[in-house]
Design a protein around this ligand. Structure first.
Ligand SMILES: Cc1ncc(COP(=O)(O)O)c(C=O)c1O
Length: 458
């Protein structure tokens, strides 16, 4: 009997992976040739190092993208369920955003002064996400970094509490993990010379007792969390967990920072609005300006008052927050277009319906093939996980991750015309994703499971 990986016999997996890799390589000669010729100027051959994480034998070069579809230079149309890992969650170049870009391009790209659109964007941010005092950043990484700085400044405490397996961008402060119950610096970090456990504490998601014990020491400035862990295999909050976090933070004088960069998939206003959370600091990036590099962070009026006091009382000089190109007029034009015309209730309703169809279809296929896998969904964000579920925390999520199976399935899906996110098995349904695209993905998934799971198991 061959060994099983995520329920798949090893020999079947190896044969399938080899077949799909050959099929991909044979079908994309132009991309292969262009990459071989032109990528030598880049470190590791790619303009962003994580592009090497895609599982295909080589990268397809994208010619253009419209709606929820990419075309590569080999002429293949690809149904895009990765959608720039959320940056294009509302589809590629939504018409109101493209129009705003064209209009703003005639008026200047950056000038270190606000435009009228800045004021309208602020109004729309509050209308969409709640009563916060806003700042604009260019990436969610920056927004989280600045939010943490404010939390430390106003509480006078050194530490951030994060959950094992979290990801909030390349914010060094959060790059810790649990090893034998202790907080340690993540071992894979490049060039990190500081012991990050001095300024961070890591506990498991859904473990309220561990959170309370960590906060009891009185040195935690902020809890930084997603409402749902989306950056490992997806982990949903247990009933009462988020409410418990809020209460524990308030009791300990710790601020609660909710990072909605991925859970903005939940509905208009993010998980916070849909589920009535009350963070002290709210962060969202990626798709908030329709794909134009933009992130926002907002403080409740109470935290904003504390910020002003801390600001008045500090010595003059650099605050450690802000980047030159942030809060530029192009970002405001795109924020206004996205918040006003793209992030609408109607669009979210379409996304919800399509994502439910996708999740049900995938779950049916998994059940039909008796695969020991499961499906999770948060609004427009759907994920199949190659392990039984539900998962409770980051440790369980790490064990559920099956790179060999996942990589083969991803390449198999792409050979059949669907692209899903590279780092895990995440799929997004945009308002312009068509029913036919969803059904094609489900059918391809079913076909792949037929290949992977022996008929005797079905
Ligand atoms: C929850 C969360 N926060 C922040 C970030 C960082 O976003 P960016 O890479 O745009 O800075 C990410 C990126 O995946 C994320 O998933």
């Amino acid at each position: 009997m061959p060994a099983l990986i995520a329920g798949v016999p090893e020999d079947r997996l190896a044969a399938f992976a080899a077949r799909e890799a050959r099929r991909f390589a044979a079908s994309r000669p132009l991309s292969a040739k262009a990459m071989a010729k032109g990528s030598g100027v880049y470190l590791s051959g790619v303009p962003m190092h994580w592009m090497t994480d895609w599982p295909m034998p080589h990268l397809p070069l994208v010619a253009e993208a419209h709606g929820a579809r990419l075309t590569d230079i080999d002429g293949y149309g690809i149904d895009d369920f990765c959608l720039g890992d959320t940056g294009s969650m509302f589809g590629h170049s939504p018409a109101p955003v493209a129009k705003a870009i064209r209009r703003q391009a005639r008026r200047g790209l950056t000038y270190m002064l606000p435009s009228e659109a800045a004021l309208e964007a602020g109004r729309l941010l509050t209308e969409t996400f709640g009563d916060f005092r806003w700042q604009i950043a260019t990436t969610a990484t920056d927004a989280n970094r600045f939010a943490l700085r404010v939390a430390r400044a106003v509480t006078g405490r050194p530490k951030v509490l994060v959950f094992n397996g979290c990801y909030h961008g390349t914010v060094d402060d959060t790059m810790v993990t649990l090893a034998d119950g202790k907080t340690v610096t993540r071992p894979g970090l490049m060039g990190q010379v500081t012991d990050l456990s001095q300024t961070a504490v890591c506990v498991e998601f859904n473990d309220l007792a561990a959170v309370e014990a960590a906060l009891a020491k009185g040195d935690v400035a902020a809890i930084l969390t997603e409402p749902v862990m989306t950056n490992s295999c997806m982990v949903l909050p247990a009933p009462g967990f988020l409410d418990g976090l809020r209460k524990a933070a308030t009791k300990a004088g710790t601020l609660l920072i909710i990072d909605e960069t991925h859970t903005i998939s939940t509905g208009r206003g993010g998980y916070t609005r849909v589920h009535g959370l009350s963070p002290d600091i709210f962060v969202v990036g990626k798709c908030v300006a329709g794909g134009m590099p933009t992130a926002v962070w907002g403080l409740t009026p109470t935290v904003a008052d504390r910020y002003h006091q801390a600001n008045v009382n500090r010595p003059s000089g650099h605050s450690g927050m802000g980047t030159t190109l942030s809060a530029n007029p192009m970002q405001f034009a795109c924020l206004v277009a996205t918040l006003g015309e793209v992030m609408t209730k109607e669009n979210y309703a379409r996304m919800e319906k399509g994502a439910a169809r996708l999740a049900n279809g995938l779950a049916d296929a998994i059940a039909r093939h008796h695969a020991p896998w499961h499906v999770v969904r948060v609004g427009a964000r759907v994920e199949f996980i190659c392990a039984p579920g539900p998962l409770k925390n980051g440790t369980e999520a790490a064990h559920a991750h099956q790179p060999a199976v996942e990589g083969a399935v991803h390449v198999g899906l792409l050979n059949r015309g669907s692209l899903i996110a590279p780092f895990h098995n995440m799929m997004l349904v945009s308002p312009v994703t068509k029913k036919g695209q969803i059904d094609r993905l489900i059918a391809s998934f079913d076909e792949i499971l037929t290949d992977l799971f022996p008929p005797s198991q079905t």
